[in-house]
Design a protein around this ligand. Structure first.
Ligand code: ATP
Length: 245
């Protein structure tokens, strides 16, 4: 197991946002985390990446308890978090944004390794090569999302946390983004993927978890979740709530 959460609870002041969450991600897997607005998906990713400390429970990464480490320490252990709403540096070029993604390993791995990875990232996202000198803030939403994922990859993470990468993007761009995630999976990249687009996420993932009100309500192979009638009803466009394809 690369990542394991055991009975993790997180709070905002008195409000409990995560309730005894246990889940794991094996190396090489894509695991989808689905759930309605406010279920706690972002909170879960923030807790793993150290932005929020769990009040109870433990988080293990590569055999190490990371529950009390700082975000910087967690990044340097190999967890890269691509947050919701991108948070790229709009007044910097695409190239500089990508370099920043490799900031913590620049000294350790050297410039050549970082530039090689930049080439690798440009192969995955050709549009970023074309736009490398452009100010990131002047790109379209879809391009900025590609940049956010690409910047995450520049850290050469052992585990990538992707928070709602498809949020607010046009269907064609969403398809392109999921194509990239599928390609990363072929390369063996381990990913914990948070998505409201449950169908697309489960089609891509090996396994999945359903989060409801801060608790894991269901878990299983992506295939079994796709065929689960409760999941279909609540998250796959069943009659009660329709989620876009
Ligand atoms: P969304 O898809 O809307 O982002 P989510 O599943 O990611 O939803 P979270 O953002 O993790 O859900 O929120 C979980 C719960 O914690 C919600 O009830 C939310 O109102 C609450 N919450 C989130 N951030 C804060 C905060 N900074 N302070 C107080 N409560 C918060």
């Amino acid at each position: 197991m690369l990542l394991e959460l055991r009975g993790v609870s997180s709070y905002y002041g008195q409000i409990q946002a995560l309730k005894e969450v246990s889940l794991h991600v094996n190396a090489g897997e894509i695991v989808a985390l689905i759930g309605a607005n406010g279920a706690g998906k972002t909170t879960l990713l923030n807790t793993i990446s150290g932005l929020l400390q769990p009040r109870e429970g433990t988080i293990w990464f590569a055999g190490r308890n990371i529950s009390r480490l700082s975000p910087a320490q967690i990044v340097s252990l190999g967890i890269s978090h691509v947050p919701e709403h991108r948070q790229i540096f709009g007044t910097m070029t695409v190239y500089d944004n990508l370099l920043l993604g490799a900031y913590h390993r620049y000294r350790r791995d050297g410039k050549q390794a970082v530039l090689r990875d930049m080439e690798w990232v440009f192969e995955i996202f050709p549009v970023l090569r074309e736009r490398r000198e452009q100010l990131a803030g002047t790109m379209s939403g879809g391009e900025q999302q590609m940049l956010a994922v690409a910047r995450g990859l520049m850290a050469r993470p052992r585990l990538m946390l992707l928070d709602e990468p498809s949020l607010g993007l046009a269907p064609l761009i969403v398809r392109e983004l999921f194509r990239v995630v599928a390609e990363l999976r072929e390369e063996g990249q381990t990913i914990l993927l948070v998505e409201q687009n449950a169908r697309a996420a489960l089609r891509l993932a090996d396994r999945g978890y359903v989060l409801e009100n801060g608790r894991i309500a269901l878990e299983g192979t992506a295939e079994s979740l796709l065929h689960n009638s409760d999941v279909q009803m609540a998250y796959l466009g069943g009659r009660r709530t329709a989620v876009s394809p």
